[in-house]
Design a protein around this ligand. Structure first.
Ligand code: PLP
Length: 380
């Protein structure tokens, strides 16, 4: 048996909807299935105005444009994230300022954000690693105090909640990913939830290549023209047809992924308690969507041994992100590995375990393989 790191879940009823989209005569963005996804995100993610876009990368870029980031501006974000979070900042000519993570969630260390604020800071851009929402309230308070924008990179956390509120509802800008590797996927896709009423009108212009085309579609004027900057931040309706099914099936997706999370908790928690390794402690304020499960070993060498032993059993864990500050791009921006020692150290010891909905059928094999490896490494 082979256990890959990820496998996208498929619901056969999406096939019929894709054909319907193809035959509809209107396959571009914001058509029938796009509108259904938007209504769904309003209802279930509590978003004021969600925009379906081609990827989370695009959502972050649209958010950076909306926030009017400019050359010379600084944006505070964790180094432990994907390149897209930092690229959205760089593409506006602004500078990423990397912050350490905290070890129980690998999310941004909110206690260290204040010390990174300078007169040039314009935005705080945290992520929700592994689907566990970051502690947003302290950052919203700092942003309010210093007049900063806040964008939440929620690429991994669709379906999670923070203090009882759905991710998507409580930060001014929230970017979701619907990439193949995420819980809810249409191959490539994303959404930007705009919750600041002052930004919604302009979001439509940015989404439609800087034109006021939407006003024509609404019957408010009879021609549209170039009125702002923008790009093509739209998702084709065939993909929205796939996505609406994935959003409607979210409870089932989370339930099945939850069975895998529970199995991992049973296997790894005892080793966590003995200090042999570390797994996430989900804070009281959060309910996770079971997107990912990570293990941080105490030694880099333990990670190498674990990866080797799992691959010998045809199981494919993955090392996760490589910290951005010590990447070649990070170095170009003046960072050295020792600038964020905790992130650097965790980045060399962390592993992400296979996690996808259909894995619930292979849990016996997987648990046996994993417990054998853990026993070999750390004793019974
Ligand atoms: C935190 C984070 N942001 C952004 C992205 C990019 O998402 P997408 O592939 O939808 O552009 C990812 C992808 O894994 C991610 O983990």
């Amino acid at each position: 048996m082979r256990i890959p790191f990820n496998r996208a879940v498929h619901f056969p009823r999406a096939e019929e909807l894709v054909i319907q989209a193809l035959r509809s005569g209107g396959m571009s963005g914001n058509r029938e299935f796009g509108r259904r996804c938007i209504a769904h995100l309003q209802e279930h993610a509590g978003a004021l105005e969600p925009f379906l876009v081609p990827s989370c990368t695009a959502a972050l870029e649209m958010g950076a444009l909306l926030a009017r980031l400019e050359p010379g501006d600084e944006v505070i974000l964790p180094s432990y994230t994907f390149s897209s979070t930092a690229n959205a900042v760089l593409l506006r000519g602004a500078k990423p300022v990397f912050c350490e993570v905290e070890p129980s969630t690998l999310n941004i260390d909110t206690t260290r954000v204040a010390e990174l604020i300078t007169p040039r800071t314009r935005m705080i851009l945290p992520i929700d690693y592994a689907g566990i929402p970051c502690d947003m309230d302290p950052m919203l308070a700092l942003a309010e105090q210093h007049g900063l924008a806040v964008m939440q990179d929620a690429a991994q956390s669709y379906g999670s909640t923070y203090k009882g509120r759905a991710v998507g509802s409580y930060a001014p800008l929230v970017a979701f990913s619907f990439h193949e590797t995420k819980n809810n996927s249409c191959g490539e896709g994303g959404a930007l939830c705009v919750n600041d009423p002052a930004l919604t009108e302009r979001s439509h212009l940015l989404q439609e290549k800087g034109t006021d085309r939407r006003r024509v579609l609404l019957g408010l004027q009879n021609k549209y023209s170039w009125v702002d900057v923008g790009s093509s931040f739209l998702l084709a309706d065939m993909l929205a047809a796939v996505l609406i099914v994935q959003l409607e099936e979210n409870a089932e997706i989370m339930r099945r992924r939850g069975l895998v999370t529970e199995a991992y908790e049973r296997l790894y928690r005892p080793y966590h308690e003995r200090g042999a390794l570390r797994i996430a402690d989900v804070p009281d304020y959060a309910v996770r969507n079971n997107h990912a499960f990570w293990v941080v070993f105490t030694e880099e060498e333990h990670r190498a041994r674990y990866l080797h032993a799992m691959r010998e059993r045809s199981v494919s864990p993955y090392i996760g992100y490589l910290p951005l500050h010590s990447s070649s791009m990070g170095e170009r921006y003046g960072y050295r590995p020792e600038d964020l020692p905790l992130t650097e150290s965790i980045g060399s010891r962390v592993v992400r375990l296979p996690l996808y909905a259909e894995l619930d059928g292979d849990l016996d094999y997987l648990s046996e393989a994993m417990s054998a490896v853990l026993r070999e490494m750390f004793g019974a």
